[in-house]
Design a protein around this ligand. Structure first.
Ligand code: MRU
Length: 349
């Protein structure tokens, strides 16, 4: 399985996801600015993956400092730059906060020591994410029945994480148990994560996948051709409301209408224990040209007004279960999530 992001010979290496599946180009990043801009421009995307990238970004920033600099001030500058790259995925902020704690605990140890521990922490975040994905896969595989047709949206796969994936991790785990399953991948306008990335990932592993446009899901459900929906998440609030790629909410409404289970797969680092409900989640609005153009070609009038919210919020009441590394959460989510907050030392602040 190809890692979307990894540390190699003093550099942060990532595959340029904007070019997939046509071109497999790897970029080597060495500065905070390069990492921040890669997140903004979606060279790397997917909630856990951008968290990992941001952690490495901070490690790179400190790595490039020289003795005698104002450490606090420089660190704060890097932190703020990465903080404002994308607003919706909780994992970005979770990773930055975790790195900041390590910085504060070790700042008295000197620059060389800090360089070492920050890089070590970023590597640990990456490694842990992979293991968490495997666990999510294990926990969720039993929810996919033999012979099922699964519909997924966007890309919650190896490319969106340290590898393996959340929603695709569950699909991979079910497939590894030799279940005879099929996947419908929604193309995911406007950025086409489904058509470009999910299809590519599943195809490479010979997991049967069929591409559909986003507006075909309802028809296929009405004909009994979809047995369950599984998606990833960018942020889950304390009541189970879940932000994920734009179009997820429509699928949840459709699934409910057709009595089809709707599952979310997400690590605990995606949960925002500070937010009570979905309305509080900041939703990113991206460049209108992403909607006006496909692969740089206009598909409409150049100046037509456009909306381009990148995410929507699915209310917890439409979600059948949230699959995490700590187990499968069932409604009512508020109670289940409260138990997790109690078990997590300091919450995931
Ligand atoms: O805009 P993107 O491509 O970063 O959005 C990604 C998603 O919405 C994913 O479903 C989510 O981040 C979960 S990835 C495991």
């Amino acid at each position: 399985m190809l890692p979307a992001i990894t540390w190699k010979k003093d550099r942060l290496v990532m595959v340029d996801q904007r070019l997939l599946p046509w071109k497999e180009k790897y970029l080597e990043l060495i500065t905070v600015e390069q990492v921040a801009s890669a997140i903004e421009r979606m060279v790397i995307r997917g909630a856990p993956a951008i968290g990992i990238a941001a952690a490495y970004g901070l490690a790179l920033g400190v790595r490039n400092l020289s003795r005698g600099c104002d450490l606090e001030k420089e660190f704060e500058k890097f932190y703020r730059r990465l903080w404002k790259t994308r607003p919706t995925a909780r994992n970005l902020f979770w990773a930055l906060e975790r790195m900041k704690r390590v910085f504060e605990e070790n700042r008295k140890g000197g620059l060389a020591h800090l360089k070492r521990v920050l890089l070590q922490e970023a590597r640990t975040i990456e490694k842990e994410d992979f293991e968490i994905n495997r666990k999510i896969g294990e926990n969720g595989a039993g929810l996919i029945p033999e012979g099922a047709t699964v519909l997924t949206h966007c890309n919650a796969g190896g490319l969106a994480t340290a590898g393996y994936g959340t929603a695709l991790g569950v699909i991979r785990a079910a497939f590894a148990r030799r279940k005879n399953i099929r996947v419908y991948a929604c193309e995911t306008r406007p950025f086409l994560q489904g058509a470009r990335l999910t299809v590519w990932e599943l195809w490479r592993e010979r997991i049967p996948v069929t591409l559909i446009t986003d507006n075909m899901a309802g028809w296929l459900m009405s004909r009994g051709e979809v047995n369950l929906v599984i998606v990833g998440a960018d942020r889950v609030t304390r009541n189970g409301d879940t932000a994920n790629k734009i179009g997820t909410y429509s699928l949840a409404v459709l699934a409910r209408n057709h009595s089809i289970p709707f599952y979310v797969a997400a690590p605990i680092s995606t949960f925002d224990f500070k937010l009570k409900r979905g309305e509080e989640i900041p939703i990113e609005e991206r460049n209108p040209d992403e909607v006006r153009k496909i692969r740089n070609r206009l598909i409409t009038l150049p100046d037509v007004p456009v909306r381009n919210p990148a995410f929507d919020v699915t209310p917890g009441r439409l979600i059948s279960a949230i699959i995490t590394e700590k187990g499968v959460l069932r409604p009512p989510f508020s109670r289940e999530i409260r138990k997790i907050i109690h078990r997590t030392d300091s919450g995931n602040e």
